[in-house]
Every structure is written in C-alpha cells, then in structure tokens.
Ligand binder design. Structure first.
Ligand SMILES: *Cc1c(COP(=O)(O)O)cnc(C)c1O
Length: 242
C-alpha cells in the first residue's frame, strides 16, 4: 500500500504498525460489544464502533480499514486533515468523527473534513459551524458535548445550560443536532454520567448517544450508547499525549 501522506507530515512517521495486532484487537472489541449488547437486550447493529486513531499514523488506520473498520475518530482537526483526505480517496466508505474540543477558527476545516462533529459546545462555535456549512455546501452530523462532570479543563456545555443551548442551535443557528456526547471524569464511576446523558437525550428526543471509551464502553452500552469511541484498546497506547 502506498503512503498517501507527504513525507514531512507529522503523522507520516515510520513507527512500526502491528497490523495483525490491530485486526485482532478490533475483532476482540467487536465481540465485547456484541456481548454487552446481548446482556442489555440491544441490537449490536445499533452501536457504532468509532476507532479513535489520534496520534497514530495513517498506516495504523490502513490496517484497521483492511480489517473492515470504516469509522474513525480524531480529536485534532489539523491532524485529521493531514491524515484523512488521502485515505478517503482510496476508501470512499470511510467516515471521520471529530471528537476533540474545537476552536472556532477551525470550524471551517472541521466541516470540510468531518462526517460527524461530536464537540459542539457553545454559541460562537455553533455560529461558525453554521456559517461553514453554508460556505462549504457540506453538513456533517452534529453532536452536542456535555461536560457532565463540570470539569473546568474539559470542553462541553454545562448540564444546566444544555437544554437552552440545544434550543439555540436549532432556533438561532438553524443547525440540526443529532445527539449528545460526554467524557466522564477520569477515576470516577462513569455510569451516573452515562445515565444522565441518556435521560437528557430522551427528554430532548435525540437518538445518537456517543459515550464509552476503551475502559468503559460496555457500561456505556448498558446505558444506551449508540456510538462508542475506542482508541487504545484497538491501536495500543498512544505514543505521545493527545
Ligand atoms: C482519545 C479519546 C477517546 C479514546 O480513548 P481510549 O481510552 O484510548 O479509548 C475517546 N473519546 C475522546 C473524546 C478522546 O479524546
């Protein structure tokens, strides 16, 4: 397979990629998703696995694609814009989710490259995304991120502002919001966070629930997750902090 990245791209490095390992990890995660769905009486076809490839080279994504994985998550727009257009040219069915906090001045790049933006969390960003959608003639699906743990360093709208923000997205910015995303605080039981997000989504009539990562995706599925974002359990430990 040819490397679609320029040689000086930060992700086009020559770190060895363990393709059989990635394929085995994917199979294992899919089996665990199947078991979690069976336990919860849910249809596994209703749970999308988002393979979080941030910090990993394009060759790792290629290995996952070769193993049948089509949906990927990246948290930085610039990294995604460097890695994905080349891959997508060769794999038109692949899908990219932007899952990281988004600066307003990156909204246009995000709208250009993403199929789903999971980190809509404030009015200025809603406005920038709406403007980018008009200009680009391309509309990624949008999820509102809720900072369920009220962590100051984390993106996401506060719980008690989330309903008003959803209304503003629809009514003031003309945006259609498909669902919600959260990242519970590290070291805390995630279940109350998952339950809160699921209940709030039901109140708001939102069908997409992005919650659960490598350490807690089974619990998230039990709480109703329709998308789980799994990185290290597929691609291994990240080589540098995301
Ligand atoms: C990195 C990241 C993940 C994946 O985390 P793992 O613990 O490696 O599975 C999921 N969601 C978001 C928002 C992330 O930034």
């Amino acid at each position: 397979m040819t490397d679609p990245l320029p040689a000086d791209s930060p992700t086009a490095d020559s770190r060895a990629v363990d393709s059989p390992g990635i394929a085995a990890n994917l199979a294992r995660i899919k089996a665990r998703i199947g078991e979690a769905c069976a336990k919860a009486g849910r249809d596994p076809a209703r749970v999308t696995l988002v393979a979080v490839s941030k910090t990993h080279p394009a060759a790792a994504v290629e290995a996952a694609l070769a193993a049948g994985q089509a949906v990927f998550g990246e948290n930085r727009v610039q990294e995604a814009a460097g890695k994905f257009p080349g891959l997508r040219a060769a794999h038109p069915a692949m899908r990219l989710h932007i899952i990281g906090g988004l600066q307003t001045n990156k909204a246009r790049d995000a709208v250009r490259v993403a199929d789903v933006i999971e980190s809509l969390d404030r009015p200025r960003l809603a406005e920038a995304i709406a403007e980018a959608i008009r200009r680009e003639g391309r509309a990624p699906a949008l999820l509102v991120q809720v900072n369920t743990g009220a962590e100051p360093q984390k993106s996401g709208v506060a719980r008690d502002e989330a309903a008003a923000f959803l209304r503003a997205c629809r009514e003031e910015h003309g945006l259609s919001v498909a669902g919600l995303m959260c990242i519970p605080p590290e070291g805390e039981d995630p279940v109350p966070h998952f339950r809160w997000l699921a209940a709030f989504a039901a109140d708001e009539g939102l069908g997409v629930l992005s919650m659960g990562m490598s350490g807690d995706f089974e619990a998230a599925i039990a709480c109703g997750a329709t998308q789980v974002r799994v990185g290290s359990a597929i691609f291994g430990a990240r080589p540098f902090p995301a």
